[in-house]
Unconditional design. Structure first.
Length: 657
């Protein structure tokens, strides 16, 4: 973020609250400014782009008042050892900890320390930071050791490597991790920064996401980065309100600051399927818990819930939980990052992470780790390296823990079963397959790929058939939706159905949502005798416009009457690619006959048969062949082959040109 430097006072910098929120620092945080780091908090400034810095920070940063600079938010680790330049400490280590606690320190900083905590001289003492371990900079906490530069300090041991499960679960959650770390750092700060800065009382953060999406791993990593310990409150064995109250009371009472209390699966006691007879008491206990945490400095809570909508409004909308972080089921991109993270240290050969991600819809981080471990065992037993084939074998044998997420269908046939229709297949490939397999090509051209395709034409021309083949070619989960299936007479149910089918598709991405008979679901608004279809059209517009993030979900519609569909759905950005499937020409009819499994007599000329079938759709052709074959069975012929007499009879039934 670009700022203009203005003179202020040390040690806290000030910036506009709106800009800080845009940077992901609600309530403040740590900024890297020039060659140093500083704590920043919201302030009332005459200029929205001003950054108010004290003289000490200006000197350490190497900037001057009036200068335009670039400042960025950072997450600093806890400073375990801080070396002070010189042969001895200018003040005792305990005084330095008290004076600098909660402040960032950077090698080269010149800091004025008020020794008023100690007996004797109270004049400020200036010291220079030589090194910080682990570096390059860190936050001073009660556990930080200050030593003179001349002393021989044993090296700080490297932090233990995260478990493979944690690494996989956190892959792709960098933004969520940074945001949660910022909140926990603020709320668990040893010197009670919220009170010092005049911020309202806050208990913590609500973390929303399905079971297995990585909530526990995210809280653990964020708390570690904030220098706090995590106490997890297990609600699985809570059956009565008094038991819940006892557990939460003990958690608050025994929390050793800085601490994070993680209460997961809150819906198990407070949701619609929770302790139903005691719902009022449970809600009251949880509100008390939030109040108790908010009153204790250095303690924060994180409430984990599958869906915030299952909680009472007084709890989900509590001012003590001002922020809700949402972790969606791992999408295609995140699953790819998970596989990369989980296999990083394993000897492997040419792993196809894109294919693995596409074949693991519904997998959590734990599932991916389990699949990698299983594949590693197979590789060890067979004496080779980890390969894509071994991982695919392991994926096939792993049951997704996000099993509540419908996986859709993956049709068994591809474009090889589609007769002719080269132009149609090419347009569908460009609109659906390329955005998944080669998204960088669109980025280089500076365009977004088309995400909505409308197939239109007479009945029986193969619209549904070609879309199913497309799903197979793209390895995408296929969700066929009949337009009439979503219409419900009850207010709000149809719109909810639209939202749910998009949510299912996002969870199984890459996916194809196929709306057959789209004209029945989304007719021109104002012409229907009911308002239900108008509401459905509005819900479709919301989902397709990206107001709700669509992810790797392609939306395809099919209709026999394009003129009946609401025009708002047909513009660019929605169903923007229109592909007509008319009655097949002679070469397409010949191609379909060549793909048929019907046994023809030797004298049947398929070229002649294709010519005679002029005016028939693909569905008519299939029906004609079926009728001819049934005639052979009906007449009880010894040789089960279809000859001209049966074909002529079937053509007579289905019509000639």
């Amino acid at each position: 973020m670009r700022f203009t430097v203005r003179t202020g006072t040390d040690p806290i910098a000030g910036a506009d609250a709106t800009l800080l929120s845009a940077m992901g620092l609600p309530g403040g945080g740590v900024l890297q400014v020039g060659e140093t780091h500083t704590i920043v908090r919201p302030a009332d400034l005459s200029e929205i782009t001003a950054l108010r810095l004290g003289p000490e920070t200006l000197t350490n940063a190497g900037v001057t008042a009036g200068q335009a600079i670039e400042a960025k938010r950072v997450m600093l680790p806890t400073a375990e050892v801080v070396m002070i330049a010189g042969d001895e400490l200018p003040l005792d280590a305990r005084t330095l900890v008290h004076a600098l606690q909660g402040r960032p320190v950077t090698p080269g900083d010149m800091l004025a320390v008020d020794p008023s905590y100690a007996d004797g001289d109270s004049h400020p003492v200036t010291l220079r930071i030589a090194t910080v371990s682990p570096g390059p900079a860190g936050i001073v906490t009660a556990a930080t050791r200050f030593v003179p530069e001349s002393s021989a300090v044993p090296p700080i041991p490297a932090a233990p490597a995260r478990r493979a499960r944690d690494v996989a679960a956190l892959a792709g959650l960098d933004e969520e991790l940074e945001t949660l770390t910022g909140w926990l750092t603020l709320l668990t700060s040893p010197n009670d920064l919220p009170t010092a800065w005049g911020l309202p009382k806050v208990a913590g953060v609500q973390l929303e996401g399905p079971t297995g999406c990585g909530k526990s791993e995210l809280v653990g990593a964020a708390a570690a980065a904030a220098g706090a310990t995590v106490t997890e409150v297990n609600l699985n064995l809570v059956f009565k309100p008094d038991r819940l109250l006892t557990m939460l009371e003990q958690a608050v009472k025994l929390a050793a600051r800085p601490a994070v209390l993680f209460v997961d699966r809150v819906e198990a006691v407070a949701g619609e399927e929770g302790l139903a007879p005691f719902r009022t008491q449970v809600a009251a206990i949880l509100r008390w818990f939030l109040d108790a945490v908010a009153e204790r400095s250095g303690v924060a809570c994180v409430l984990g819930v599958t869906s915030a909508a299952t909680l009472e409004d007084t709890l989900a909308g509590s001012a003590l939980l001002p922020r809700t972080l949402t972790i969606p089921p791992p999408d295609l991109q995140r699953r790819r990052l998970m596989f990369e993270a989980a296999t990083e240290r394993i000897p492997s050969k040419d792993l196809d992470f894109e294919l693995l991600a596409a074949r693991s819809a519904g997998f959590s981080g734990a599932d991916i780790t389990a699949a990698v471990v299983h594949a590693s065992a197979l590789a060890t037993r067979r004496g080779g390296q980890l390969t894509t084939d071994l991982l695919l074998e392991a994926v096939e044998s792993t049951v997704p823990s996000l099993g509540s997420v419908p996986m859709g269908e993956v049709p068994s046939y591809g474009f090889e079963k589609v007769a002719n229709l080269s132009d149609v297949k090419q347009r569908l490939t460009e609109s659906v397959i390329w955005p998944v397999t080669s998204p960088d090509r669109f980025e280089r051209l500076g365009i977004d790929p088309p995400r909505g395709v409308l197939l239109y034409g007479p009945p029986g021309t193969g619209k549904t058939f070609v879309v199913r083949a497309l799903a197979h070619e793209s390895s995408a989960a296929f969700f066929p939706i009949k337009g009439a299936e979503l219409l419900d007479k009850f207010v709000g149910e149809s719109e909810r159905g639209v939202r749910e089918v998009f949510a299912r598709a996002r969870a199984a991405a890459p996916a194809i949502l196929f709306f057959d008979e789209l004209d029945a679901l989304a007719p021109v608004r104002g012409r229907s005798t009911t308002s239900v279809t108008d509401s459905v059209v509005a819900a479709l517009l919301t989902e397709m416009d990206g107001v709700a993030e669509r992810g790797d979900v392609a939306v395809i519609g099919a209709t026999n009457r394009r003129d009946l569909i609401d025009p708002a759905l047909l513009r660019a950005g929605r169903f923007e690619v229109h592909v007509e499937l008319g009655l097949p020409q002679v070469d397409a009819r010949r191609a379909l006959l060549g793909l048929s499994d019907v046994p023809f007599a030797a004298d049947v000329d398929l070229d002649e048969l294709a010519r005679r079938a002029d005016g028939l759709s693909f569905a008519d052709l299939a029906g004609m062949l079926r009728e001819a074959a049934l005639t052979v069975l009906r007449e009880g012929k010894s040789e089960l082959i279809v000859d001209w007499p049966e074909l002529d009879g079937a053509l007579g039934r289905y019509g000639r040109s």
